[in-house]
Design a binder for this molecule. Structure first.
Ligand code: CP
Length: 317
């Protein structure tokens, strides 16, 4: 694989259309930016004078604060917008909101919205670059990139790893973005869920699909658990959370079915006792908080690459 030296677009809308070279460039850039977060003074002037607007129409802890941290560490001017308390509550449309913010000349807009396709709509209608921070059940590209960085740091590669993604696949933007990214990078992806939470024909995305969690775990290098997304489920997809945990919850006994060096991941927020037990979530095999730390590095890389159009050669002297 030849490393790309830039991204092809002004926007990062998903992983579906990212090439292996672009993914490699983002991960390598994130890797070289990680040390910034380990210093006493966590700031470099790389994006001084650039303005980023964080436009969050849906709740977030990790993604929003991670982008804000990345923007501050790179010295960008960051403005954060939450729909609650804004003129959206007076009925202002999404496009009018975005156009008014654009009139203040931001260079980049980071958007999270419950409606799939909103980042793509803004990217078509705004001069500023757009980063998708999660659009409904569609994509969450920076989550998949930080997951990939976390896996690559642990195993030194993504190729030929068996990654089991288990849980509410149907409603998961994290699953979709991870499937596209990991399969493109040569990992072997298995998705596992009850029949009601597994989209039909998902095998067409290049994954193995199963309802048998114990069987899926055999030989797994990475076990990525997904949150039960009750807010996106209009109806009940399983009899009870107790029943779900019994069949699909990751416990220490189940994890023993995976490879001895297998790691556990979760994008958060976790439902402890529903998809994962606390002893597994807090165990030494859990990379869950490492994922959060790597999220800042990945978002620094994405912001830098989109805003400067070239690769990171390290901090200017
Ligand atoms: N992983 C993730 O997207 O978490 P938040 O919803 O807290 O941003």
């Amino acid at each position: 694989m030849t490393a790309a030296s830039s991204l092809r677009s002004k926007d990062l809308l998903g992983t579906e259309n990212l090439s292996a070279e672009e993914i490699g460039l983002i991960l390598d850039t994130a890797e070289s930016m990680r040390p910034i977060g380990e210093r006493a003074i966590k700031k470099v002037p790389a994006l001084r004078g650039r303005m980023v607007v964080n436009l969050f129409f849906e709740s977030s802890t990790r993604t929003r604060f991670s982008f804000e941290t990345a923007e501050k560490w790179l010295s960008a001017d960051a403005l954060s917008f939450a729909a609650k308390g804004s003129s959206v509550e007076k009925g202002e449309s999404l496009l009018d909101t975005a156009r008014n913010l654009q009139a203040m000349a931001p260079d980049l807009i980071v958007i999270r919205h419950s409606c799939p396709g909103v980042p793509h709509f803004l990217a078509r209608n705004l001069r500023a670059g757009v980063v998708n921070a999660g659009d409904g059940a569609h994509e969450h590209p920076t989550q998949a990139l930080l997951d990939a960085l976390t896996i690559r740091r642990r195993f030194g590669r993504l190729e030929a790893l068996r990654v089991v993604i288990a849980g509410d696949i149907t409603h998961s933007r994290v699953a979709r973005s991870n499937i596209w990214l990991l399969t493109r990078m040569g990992a072997s992806v298995v998705v596992c869920a009850p029949p009601t939470l597994l989209p039909p024909r998902i095998e067409e995305m290049g994954v193995e699909a199963t309802n048998d969690f114990d069987g899926a775990l055999a030989g797994a290098d990475v076990v990525m658990m997904l949150r039960m997304q009750l807010e996106r489920q209009g109806t009940s997809f399983f009899p009870s959370t107790r029943e779900y945990f019994k069949r699909y919850g990751l416990t220490a006994a189940r994890l023993a079915l995976a490879r001895p060096e297998a790691v556990v991941m979760h994008p958060g927020p976790m439902n402890r006792g529903v998809e994962i037990s606390s002893d597994v979530a807090d165990s030494p095999r859990s990379l869950i908080l490492e994922q959060v730390s790597n999220g800042v590095a990945v978002r620094m890389a994405v912001l830098y690459l989109l805003l400067t159009g070239h690769s990171w050669d390290g901090e200017p002297a």
